[in-house]
Write a new protein. Structure first.
Length: 165
């Protein structure tokens, strides 16, 4: 009798865990977030990075999704964590897209309201159906183009004293 009870309990637990796995597989899941800048004259995207300059406009965000059988709203929040001239955790850009359930990726891009980004620390939050799924921190540094190239000092004339013996 104990053997039958233990066997039935194992079967029920296995069925329950199998049902949970099926539910999780049908949900959209964020696999990866990649940030990139345009690198070529034709606007090709460069390698993924987490360091940008203030002149990298726009910044591109590729979100890799695990395929599922249901649609989902994917939202990108571009947040200034600690950037000059902006309050901490300021929402800079927010964009959303509704998938059809068969898509394995969503691409976003973000541009500042001004001509250039403010230098500092930022974060991209990816939300699925209103819930934070994944985030990625990155940095925007002051561009050499913005500050001007470092000025080199002209050579100084050294005064030489000659000794007469």
């Amino acid at each position: 009798m104990k053997f039958i009870f233990a066997f039935l309990l194992c079967v029920l637990l296995a069925a329950n865990s199998s049902a949970q796995t099926e539910t999780n597989d049908s949900e959209t899941v964020v696999e990866e977030i990649r940030l990139m800048r345009a690198s070529g004259a034709n606007g090709e995207l460069g390698e993924p990075t987490t360091i940008f300059t203030t002149t990298d406009v726009p910044i591109y965000c590729a979100v890799a999704l695990r395929a599922s059988d249901k649609a989902a709203v994917v939202k990108m929040n571009f947040v200034a964590v600690g950037a000059s001239g902006l309050k901490a955790n300021t929402l800079v850009v927010s964009v959303s897209y509704k998938t059809n359930g068969r898509e394995t990726g969503v691409n976003f891009n973000a541009s500042p309201g001004a001509k250039l980004w403010a230098a500092g620390k930022y974060r991209v939050d990816i939300l699925l159906d209103g819930k934070t799924a994944k985030n990625l921190e990155f940095e925007i540094q002051t561009s050499v183009k913005e500050t001007g190239k470092a000025k080199s000092l002209p050579p100084t004339k050294s005064k030489s004293k000659s000794r007469k013996s």
